[in-house]
Design a protein around this ligand. Sequence first.
Ligand code: ZN
Length: 327
Amino acid sequence: MESIYPWQDQQWNYFQRLLENNELPHAVLLTGQAGVGKASFVINLCASILCDRRANDGMPCGTCKYCQLFSANTYPDFTRIVPEEADSAITVDDIRLLIERLSLTRHYDAYKIALIESAHQMNTNAANALLKTLEEPPDHTLIILVSDQPQTLPATIRSRCQSVLINSPEHQQGLAWLQAREDSVDWKPLLAVAQGSPLLALQLQETDLLEQRNEVIQGFLQLAENSANPMDISSRFDSISVVQGIQWLQGLVLDLMRLKSDEDPVTLENPDFYRSLLALAPRLEVPLLLELWDWLLDRRKIFDNSLNRRLFVEELLLRSRQMLEKS
Ligand SMILES: [Zn+2]
């Protein structure tokens, strides 16, 4: 198990204090952008809560009966829901199963824990089912929701959870952490593209994610220059998660809006495309960019099968083209 990352110390200590004082809330919403290590944090947290021989810093011992059950995924009072795919929905059946397990008598003295990762991927029925349990949680239960898009969760869910945010580390701390792992890599551009998330930078370096993202952004820029073949752009979406693609496009729209008001903005999602974006920005009108932004946000909220990949890409191309023609 990865230990707690140095930029998570404050949040870790906070939970340890609550645990020591028996003050853990019934429901927690753990947020923070992708790549700050929420998943490993929350697994350590659950293990720590269940362990009966925690170290002084709160880390689980890893060897007691409870730690062993937990790491073998057989701890009976722990339920974890993870969407099957990056863009598939958490359904009402998943949540009903979770509620059923929470209603059972505890096997051990510690909490019954329900962990829902990527909680924003709950569809409406799932969220409604969970809401009832959040309103009247069974005794000795802790429900933990993890999300990098908490704004897309219903406000009624958010208001019943105690929110804890994990931020990306300061630039220097992130860079130092990456260099300590592998000092032969030039981490600066990767960390910039990863928007400061060291784990995402690591992933970019190890996989072809950066390449895919470059293709999507270049495709959009070619569309603007009228030099793209729509079929070709469409095929670039074949191998990526639509949600991931939408996220990149949202970053692109955000950058274009920033560049319209300031030629040298403090932050950019895509600093490596600065010149191309700066050239494109004056040609686009803010209301049309906002329209595209709203549409992307709307698509991102649809996580069930109704989001058809081909239709999405076709509509995206059509909208982008219209936007560029109008300008
Ligand atoms: Zn233990």
